[in-house]
Design a protein around this ligand. Structure first.
Ligand code: SF4
Length: 127
């Protein structure tokens, strides 16, 4: 993720949703622990630091690109936000603006639902 909107948003959101597949089975509390411990913005908050660009006039996408650029837990942060706020997201999370997280949410949700159905089938569940 880089905070830049690509030429084809649908394809972009499909790729981002696919990138989150590996986190599907990680419990919420584990994601929460990882994000609050290692998130770049959390470090700034803990150290009470203000980035040099904090007072710049930035769009949400520009802010996401700056604050999250070197964050090591972008995927975990985005996964957690999709689970907890999803279509009602506000602010910047996982290197995406709120607008982009809201657009990603139905793509992510539909992918998860179809994976859940497949897993149910593999585990002997009824489809
Ligand atoms: S991805 Fe961005 S919002 Fe999420 S923890 Fe990292 S810096 Fe903070």
């Amino acid at each position: 993720m880089n905070g830049h909107m690509p030429v084809d948003p649908e394809e972009y959101f499909t790729q981002v949703a696919a990138g989150l597949d590996g986190l599907a089975l990680v419990p919420d509390e584990v994601l929460w622990e990882i994000v609050t411990r290692d998130g770049a913005c959390m470090q700034l908050y803990r150290l009470d630091l203000e980035p040099e660009w904090a007072r710049d006039e930035l769009t949400d996408r520009e802010l996401a690109a700056r604050i999250c650029a070197h964050c090591p837990v972008q995927w975990e942060c985005l996964e957690l936000q999709l689970r907890t706020s999803g279509e009602h997201t506000l602010g910047v999370w996982g290197a995406l603006s709120a607008e982009d997280v809201r657009a990603l949410h139905p793509v992510w949700q539909s992918r998860r639902q179809s994976q859940g159905r497949r897993r149910g089938g593999q585990d002997g569940g009824q489809e």
